[in-house]
Design a protein around this ligand. Sequence first.
Ligand code: ZN
Length: 254
Amino acid sequence: MELVELLRDARAVVGFTGAGVSTESGIPDFRSPGGVWTRYDPRNFEFDRYVTDPEVRALSWEMRTEFFAEPWAPNRAHLAFARLEDAGRCLGVVTQNIDGLHQDAGSRTVVELHGTARRVMCIGHRPEYGTPAGCGWDAPHTWAFERLDAGEADPHCPRCEGLVKSSTVSFGQQLFPGVVDAASDLVRRADVLVVVGSSLQVYPAAALPMDAIDAGARLVIVNDEPTPFDGVADLVVRGRAGEVLGPVVDALLG
Ligand SMILES: [Zn+2]
């Protein structure tokens, strides 16, 4: 396979993954019909509404509870990057996903552009301009579920009584400080950037392939639909993430 040949001498692979890397784990793409996300009004996930409306917060926790009720597990695509990292041939992964499945697969270096659903954080009493302004307290997401189970609809920060929110980036929320720089630094150290399951259409995702190319990396795109970067990629593979990457890493590592 062409991808096996391209990766055979690579020693500093970096993965860049979007929703398409987790669909084989059963997690629906944000935009796909029928999924857990689409049964909720997207306006309820706007940062300002979360801040101002306790009912929106209660709905949001309901959605998180439903999300984590499913036994999501990493698939062959997540495992592929973890195995390459273990073998000393992958520097890490930048992901647009919040599901934590790269870490579950064993990846150690993971830059999460949109935060993580695996933790919750204090965002302060009345954060403005889409920017969390909490006291620094955070906890595993299970902290919130325990509060909810205990009968609280809208748990508050145990340290300062501020609002608590999933440590994810909502609509209308600024990205966390430093995360774009961390992603850019990582892809610039790649010898091959392997983009998987991202349509590469929104910032900052759309900036990272050019960062990598500018720094001398080759670009591979694995996606089931065209992306704006197909024309500048060294290789484009149409297909599902795990179906493509599983056999490739088997061939590389045996
Ligand atoms: Zn606090």
